[in-house]
Design a protein around this ligand. Sequence first.
Ligand SMILES: C=C(O[C@@H]1C=C(C(=O)O)C=C[C@H]1O)C(=O)O
Length: 382
Amino acid sequence: MISLEDFFDRIQYQIKNKLPYTIYKKADENVLHSILQNDNKLYRVKNYSESGFIFSLFDNERINPIIIPLSNAKPFSTFFIPSEAYDKSAMIINEPFHFPLRKVDYMELLNKALNEIKTGDMQKVVVSRTEKVDLKEDSIITIFKKLANTYTGAFVYLWYHPKVGTWMGATPETLFKINDSEFNTMALAGTQPFQGSMEVEWGEKEIMEQQLVVDDIVNKLNSEEFNLQISSRYTVRAGNILHLRTDIKGTLPDSNLNIGELVNSLHPTPAVCGLPAEEAKKFILKNEGYNRKYYTGYLGELNIPDFKIKNEDDLLLDEIENEELDESTNKKSDLYVNLRCMEIVGHKAVLYVGGGITKDSDAEKEWEETVNKTKVMKKVLF
Ligand SMILES: C=C(O[C@@H]1C=C(C(=O)O)C=C[C@H]1O)C(=O)O
């Protein structure tokens, strides 16, 4: 472990020298991890046997994820105690939208999606939009620290590559985790604003929308082979909003399982695309009117040695050197869906937000949902 100051000095070095890096903090852990690339090349995943931090587009059919490979990068970790865990009250942010997307355009997209669902074969489609805001704070490190302090229950990350750009987010959604033969994932869908209580009622629309995600994951995984255990559905909080969540866990049927195959069978889940997936994706690419890029893609650790740094007791661990990563170290993968994220472009942030549409959706409410989702990012920007 290195000191917090040393940790951020090393990040500043990367920024100054335009070298790729990522910083991230997992949910409910008090450790910041970083992986700092030694050169400025753009590496891509070849066969998912590599170790590193991966970053994938939503539309990943023709292009493999970017990787910051441990073979050309150094991982560092530091102890980090969030100083401002999220407040108990709902967040109210009254700020003008600087570059508002015309609501009418989004309403048109929502109505088109609804119409397609009612007249065609699609059961669900997730549509989305962007919103551009001016940054008041110039330092992305400061914004990242605020994000990590505020959303202690999320996977919070900052990612930079000179050939791609800067992305940051606080996502509540796991694509999957693999530790040895243990496999964990979740179905997260359905949204309502957090208004001070977790004891809330969910409408039929949200329950059905989330159940579609559960069923789809279970179908794709082959329940018996994975020996799946499925939790009951419960409410989780992600900042100013609540979601429905089901945990799904199992055992990998084959220790040589190709992670790439698993990724490609699960992504994109109906939580970010729709059902049937192909039709929903086609609808999205044709009608959304902008490029999602890495929003609703996936990101995180691929085959990373298990450093077992989770709390203060592990502080004695020394800086982790690449030399220590031998074949016998247990390797874990921990991948997330890129939600509640933004792209930093100059002095502006492009916020990405969306929501699932089913036959029972109300366009006005879906618009409101995206407005609420932007507040997750705006809370740390204003
Ligand atoms: C698409 C997003 O979130 C997804 C859509 C949700 C919904 O429609 O209720 C809920 C959680 C996520 O699975 C987003 O945050 O942009």
